[in-house]
Design a protein around this ligand. Structure first.
Ligand code: NDP
Length: 266
């Protein structure tokens, strides 16, 4: 297979930081933004995965940095943002993508289950945003793009903690957009339905284990709720993110963009 190529970032290129950039949607966003000419900082807890994404960009002619970062840990965030600022420049585009999913009925949910979803998906989004926002405001430009979910707009069974965290991300998005609208900083949420990533694969395995049905059958169960009858590709979410990050999207703020094969339309 031919290796991907990326443009060398121009002098005035934007710097993008992507949390959870090592695989799935975050990886696709890192590659897409590099393709759009950005310098890209790829962050996650697994060094091997972020290293691989940064190498693909480097070897293809772009500019990237990989760093270990746990979005629930303030020191880890400070160190990663400092490394990005030093080596690639201050963050212009933040993609808050790091996230985890889990499913359990509320009556069987432990406080630890609840806290993990809130800490990673919601508090992580708050902490990373707070770390990069001052420089965006100071420079009069910024794009904060939060990868929420259709679970931020509607409820799904057995995921009260996940839904609460993603509804929280949508609320944070709307409120912060108002705070910084006059500063050249936009804040938006992208809300995908089911996307073909490891997170989806974990869900399929989980359904299969709990119901005793095969994985193909579990996938069909999920597909039955999607009018287009297919899962969204990570690259399609990344293309949406690239538009939200672009200069053309300067008046798009405080909104939610859904990409779900029509799931919420019904
Ligand atoms: P994956 O599980 O494939 O990837 C998740 C990424 O987040 C990984 O890079 C992971 O890396 C990182 N991550 C997890 N926990 C942390 C943490 N504490 N600190 C830093 N990074 C972390 O998931 P997807 O690509 O599918 O999901 C990406 C985002 O999209 C999530 O926010 C998810 O909720 C959302 N989403 C996904 C949908 C889907 O169907 N797949 C649908 C709707 C929304 P590591 O473990 O190495 O830290």
């Amino acid at each position: 297979m031919q290796k991907p190529t990326f443009p060398a970032p121009a002098e005035n290129a934007r710097t993008a930081l992507i949390t959870g950039g090592g695989r799935g949607i975050g990886r696709a966003c890192a590659l897409q933004l590099a393709r759009a000419g950005c310098r890209v900082a790829v962050l996650a807890r697994s060094l091997d995965e972020v290293d691989e994404v940064a190498s693909i960009i480097h070897e293809g002619g772009g500019k990237a940095l990989s760093a270990v970062c746990d979005v629930t840990n303030e020191d880890s965030i400070t160190a990663a943002v400092e490394a990005c600022t030093r080596r690639l420049g201050p963050v212009d585009i933040l993609v808050n993508n790091a996230g985890q999913a889990h499913s359990v009925p509320l009556l069987k949910m432990s406080v630890e289950d609840w806290q993990r979803m809130i800490n990673v998906n919601l508090t992580g989004t708050f902490l990373v945003t707070r770390a990069v926002l001052p420089s965006m405001v100071e420079r009069g430009f910024g794009r904060v793009i939060n990868i929420a979910s259709t679970a931020g707009l509607t409820g799904y069974r057995y995921t009260t903690h996940y839904c609460a965290s993603k509804h929280g991300v949508v609320g944070l998005t709307r409120a912060l957009a108002l705070e910084v609208a006059s500063k050249g900083v936009t804040v938006n949420a992208v809300c995908p339905g089911w996307v073909e990533t490891e997170m989806l694969q974990d869900t399929v395995r989980n359904i299969s284990k709990k119901t005793g049905r095969g994985e193909e059958n579990a996938r069909e169960t999920l597909l039955a709720d999607i009018p287009t009858h297919r899962f969204v590709k990570p690259e399609a979410v990344a293309a949406m993110v690239a538009y939200v990050a672009s200069d053309d999207a300067r008046d798009l703020t405080g909104t939610t963009l859904t990409i779900d094969g029509g799931q919420l339309a019904g």
